[in-house]
Design a protein around this ligand. Structure first.
Ligand code: APR
Length: 236
């Protein structure tokens, strides 16, 4: 990898699995106990808001427990960003803050953030580390309005899509880590990268749905293969 290469990482739940956060589609994954339709859609929020508040309150509390910390894969990306001379961007589907806690700075959370809440009226977002429910009120409107988790639900448009597409078009390397390639538009980004002559790499436990779209692939635990890949391919 040339030292001035423009590198875009796309991360998914697999990079946080070794930190103790469950993925979505592996067995015993997050969706095993809940159907997506019951906790991660606007219709679910309208139908049973308290179930949705509870689902995210539990995940928010777990993320802040002292047993959930960044793993070697998160730290490897942060170190790479610190040392690399070219542009580095992490596009993450994850709503945890483990990339930030590992020291990465240039991050776009395309599916939102567990540690933020959003006003249902103004759409303004603000930091939220505690639990909240339907009785909670925003601080931006008069009269105050209800708030929701700042998470992109199925059927909603992911955040930062213009910025993300521009970054992928300009990327020299597009490296996907820990995602099953099941959910669009994230899953389609590798095709945009290929179309713009980027070198595309899949680092995952198992071949993803999009594995054939990648020019290079390495399989194993993220904490091992991400560190190995960056160590072996960085000409700093
Ligand atoms: N190291 C590397 N990869 C791993 C590890 C690990 N330790 N453990 C699991 N994986 C891989 C799995 O093989 C799988 O391909 O991580 C991937 C996780 O896939 P999903 O559970 O589907 O998670 P993700 O791809 O991030 O889901 C995308 O779907 O449910 C929505 O909004 C949610 O952001 C999420 C999106």
């Amino acid at each position: 990898m040339p030292p001035d290469a423009n590198v875009v990482f796309l991360t998914g739940a697999g990079i946080s699995a070794e930190s103790g956060l469950r993925t979505f589609r592996d067995n015993d994954g997050l969706w095993e106990e809940h159907s997506i339709e019951d906790v991660a859609t606007p219709e679910a929020f309208l139908r049973d808001p308290e179930l949705v508040y509870r689902f995210y309150n539990l995940r928010r509390a777990q993320l802040q427990s002292n047993v959930v910390n960044p793993n070697k894969a998160h730290y490897a990306l942060a170190e790479f960003e610190r040392c690399h001379k070219g542009k580095v961007l992490i596009i993450t589907q994850n709503v945890d803050d483990l990339h930030e806690r590992a020291g990465s700075q240039n991050i776009l959370h395309m599916h939102g953030e567990l540690l933020r809440a959003r006003c249902c009226h103004s759409q303004r977002t603000f930091s939220m580390t505690g639990s909240f429910d339907g009785a909670a009120r925003c601080i931006c409107c008069t009269p105050q309005q209800s708030i929701r988790p700042d998470i992109v639900w199925f059927g909603e448009m992911p955040f930062y899509m213009e910025e993300i597409e521009q970054a992928v078009v300009e990327a020299d390397f597009f490296i996907s880590i820990g995602t099953s390639g099941n959910v669009y538009p994230a899953a389609g980004l590798v095709q945009l990268a290929n179309h713009n002559q980027a070198h595309t790499v899949e680092l995952n436990l198992l071949p993803s749905e999009m594995n054939n779209a990648f020019k290079e692939a390495h399989y194993g635990m993220a904490s091992l293969i991400v560190t190995q890949y960056l160590t072996q391919n960085v000409e700093e």
